[in-house]
Write a protein that binds this ligand. Structure first.
Ligand SMILES: [Zn+2]
Length: 441
């Protein structure tokens, strides 16, 4: 995924202090190092980058009343359950979701936590997430427009706007690392047009630019939302965002399904990015995002597993495959027609694309100067039998598997298909207990 998109048979890389120093044929690299890892028979790829997720929702996967409904009813079913979350729910679900991502090849994860009920805080996520060992770009999300003010969420899960902005400033100062190779970064992320006020959007944008951090929100996910924007504000989604200073190279939207007319060109002109979430868009029957138009017009695009209650998984390789498959469905002659998205393009969205959307030039490719974030998959697996003539395409086209090894900033996070920093069994057991109490109230 370097600028030349080199694929090196028998290749290797040499890293020092978490950064790649050399990439090439193994015999051209230094012959000794503190640690030498032999990955013969494996395909090595840049670590995958997830650009939209709600880790806390791993507690509410497959909730019966939310299984077969669209976004707004799904949210109305889940809000009262989420309102019971505590700090421990946030901590444990953060680790479960990040563990699942890590095992599927993700080395940098963005998360959008937008409600902080009871004693939960942003700090719980940032501190628990750091223990998993992959890069975490965590957002201080928010909701301020409750039902009684015309919003969708119940009043019990919204916060006062002054408190939101003050806490955003606090957590950026406390947790955001702007340096190359940063393991923790902070993004300011009001939830969506139907759960915050325009005043909060504008103030959040000004605060983020003052602090030098990025902005993220849900946009144009469903027709319901488009209707909300038109009826409540008299504007289409991107126009609405422009009116509150929410376009630019420091902004990316989740979903962007209902972006129409010249809105894509305006996103491209301003460098505004999008997190494409194909599984979630299918799960909630939201629609098909105009992925090929985004790419053709130069909109930065990354992938998001989004969820985990609208997916209901956190598998990055599966999401790359899903992006390819959904794009090809849209390209069916009976639908839009046109060119088929290639496996390498899908992989590029999951690596370079994600890095661009997160504003990171230190990840997303294996080349000198970037972080030593890479994954390796054994090609002798059952799933790849018969596909070895093109291991790179096989990683996307064949059924998704977990990675055999993952290295983040030079540190091994997955080895022999198992997570190194944390013991999963007690974590999953506690997570299941917490999920049960959350649902039972
Ligand atoms: Zn989302």
């Amino acid at each position: 995924m370097d600028d030349q998109r080199r694929e090196i048979a028998g290749g290797g890389l040499y890293a020092e202090d978490g950064f790649i120093v050399a990439v090439g044929n193994s015999e051209e690299l230094p012959s000794s190092a503190d640690e030498v890892v032999d990955l013969t028979g494996q395909v090595v790829l840049p670590g995958l980058v997830n650009t939209h997720h709600h880790l806390y929702q791993t507690l509410t996967r497959a909730v019966p009343g939310a299984q077969d409904v669209g976004l707004f009813d799904w949210l109305r079913t889940l809000y009262p359950i989420w309102a019971r979350m505590t700090a421990e729910h946030v901590r444990v679900s953060t680790q479960v979701g990040l563990a699942e991502l890590a095992l599927s090849g993700c080395t940098t994860a963005f998360d959008h936590l937008y409600l902080y009920p009871n004693d939960s805080r942003f700090d719980d996520e940032a501190e628990a997430g750091a223990e998993v060992g992959i890069r975490l770009v965590a957002s201080r999300g928010s909701m301020s427009l409750g039902e009684s003010d015309g919003g969708l969420p119940p009043d019990s899960v919204v916060e006062a706007e002054e408190a939101i902005l003050a806490d955003c400033a606090r957590v950026v100062d406390a947790f955001h690392d702007p340096a190359p190779g940063a393991m923790t970064q902070v993004v300011i992320a009001p939830c969506s047009p139907f759960s915050v006020t325009l005043d909060l959007m504008r103030e959040a944008a000004r605060l983020a630019r003052d602090k030098g951090v990025r902005l993220h929100t849900h946009l144009a996910e469903t027709l319901d939302e488009e209707q909300f924007c038109l009826e409540t504000h008299g504007m289409r989604p991107v126009g609405l965002m422009e009116s509150v200073e929410w376009v630019g190279e420091d902004v990316w939207y989740a979903h962007g399904v209902f972006i129409a007319g010249d809105e894509i060109a305006r996103m491209a002109e301003t460098g505004t990015g999008v997190a494409h979430c194909p599984s979630s868009n299918m799960r909630l029957a939201s629609g098909i995002a105009p992925l090929r138009r985004y790419l053709a017009e130069g909109v930065p695009v990354g992938l998001g597993v989004d969820g985990s209650a609208s997916n209901d998984g956190s598998h990055m390789l599966a999401e790359a495959r899903q992006a390819l498959l959904l794009s090809r469905l849209a390209a069916a002659p009976s639908l839009e027609g046109g060119d088929l998205l290639g496996a390498r393009t899908a992989l590029e969205l999951a690596t370079r694309g994600g890095a661009a959307v997160l504003g990171r030039d230190d990840i997303g490719a294996l080349e000198p100067g970037r972080c030593a974030d890479f994954i390796a998959i054994s090609l002798d697996r059952l799933e790849y039998a018969g596909a070895l003539h093109d291991p790179v395409a096989a990683a996307v086209l064949c059924a998704p598997v977990g990675v055999d090894r993952s290295v983040v900033h030079g540190r091994t996070v997955v080895e022999s298909g198992a997570l190194v920093p944390l013991e999963l069994e007690p974590l999953v057991a506690r997570h299941n207990q917490l999920a049960r109490t959350l649902l039972n109230g």
